[in-house]
Write a protein that binds this ligand. Structure first.
Ligand code: BEZ
Length: 333
């Protein structure tokens, strides 16, 4: 009898232990699930673009390092709106993160216009030198002014001009409608050149060039090749006239809700993957040119002389609006 009682007692104890263990695991899982958070990161670039690919890698690295507590849903191709709209969403906290053109930032923070000084850099390696400098990093400290936190720089390739028809001299561009990314510094440059700059977000450019809504586009080599703008153009002026930085940003409102140790992880990984996007252009810019060279387009190398007084006119205007351009120039002189 005593043996039977002991057996019953032991069995009950074992069941209780299993139950308590299961309850503890369930509680831990509920807590982990409750803490798991998916950030939304928006971009205007297509899925096969270097920025988008590095945004996806950033999300994977963040999930891995936080054991799934954080993950990132990447929205490419302007799915969440154009950059002006995304910046507004970041300000209200409706969007968490973006890899965004410094161009859009320069519409709100004029100091970022300094990056677009025509012929500030001679090649993409010099652009990288500027973007990795302490001076450029210090500019990120200006971003809380517009409600976002800047955590790192990437880049696209240097800018070129792709035109329908032949372009043999600046006269051929006079009065032409040239597609530009919607931001002030580039608008000022093309106006100074005597053209009619036409602001247009990236996803609209292919059709506009194809149907003749614009005569030419301002673009980089990667996209000239990948998005096949050469299908509807005859000439590429290989000008390398401007750099085109990208900034990794987080909504200031969202940032304020994050624990310090998680901010450190996000800041480090975002800086790592924006810089990886920068390095890819340093490594691949020549390959992109080689791809464009395989097409039927006529490639005409030009330098700052081609643009006549437009460069000096730009400098006169923007050296006032963004005096920090002198600091950036000194880095690569
Ligand atoms: C553009 O507007 O031309 C552009 C935007 C993002 C990446 C590259 C190019």
């Amino acid at each position: 009898m005593r043996d039977r009682e002991t057996l019953v007692f032991r069995t009950t104890l074992r069941e209780l232990t299993v139950l308590v263990g299961a309850a503890a695991i369930a509680t831990a899982m509920t807590a982990a699930t409750a803490q798991a958070r998916e950030f939304r990161l928006g971009l205007i670039t297509p899925p096969n673009h270097i920025w988008t690919e590095n945004a996806v890698r950033f999300g994977e690295a963040l999930s891995e390092e936080t054991d799934g507590r954080y993950s990132i849903a990447v929205f490419p191709s302007q799915q969440l709106g154009n950059e002006a709209q995304m910046l507004q969403q970041l300000q209200t906290g409706a969007l968490d993160m973006s890899f965004m053109t410094a161009a859009e930032i320069s519409n709100r923070v004029p100091e970022f216009g300094a990056f677009y000084a025509p012929f500030l850099v001679g090649d993409i390696a010099e652009a990288a030198e500027i973007l990795r400098s302490d001076e450029a990093k210090a500019m990120l400290d200006l971003l809380p002014r517009v409600g976002v936190v800047g955590l790192g720089y990437g880049s696209a390739g240097l800018r070129q001009i792709v035109a329908r028809g032949a372009v043999e001299s600046p006269a051929d561009l006079q009065g032409s409608k040239i597609r530009i990314t919607p931001f002030e510094p580039i608008k000022d440059f093309y106006e100074a050149l005597g053209t009619a700059p036409t602001p247009m977000p990236l996803p609209d450019v292919y059709d506009a060039l194809a149907n003749g809504q614009v005569d030419a586009i301002d673009m980089d080599l990667e996209l000239i090749w990948k998005l096949k703008y050469t299908d509807h153009a005859d000439t590429m002026l290989l000008s390398n006239h401007m750099m085109f930085p990208m900034v990794g940003i987080v909504s200031g409102r969202i940032w304020a809700t994050l624990p310090e140790e998680d901010r450190e992880i996000i800041a480090r990984l975002m800086a790592q993957y924006t810089d990886a996007a920068l390095q890819e252009y340093v490594d691949l810019e020549d390959d992109f040119l080689a791809e464009v060279e395989k097409t039927d387009i006529t490639i005409t190398p030009i330098d700052s002389d081609f643009f006549g007084d437009a460069v000096a006119a730009w400098n006169a205007k923007w050296e006032e609006k963004a005096p920090n351009v002198a600091t950036l120039r000194a880095l690569v002189d």
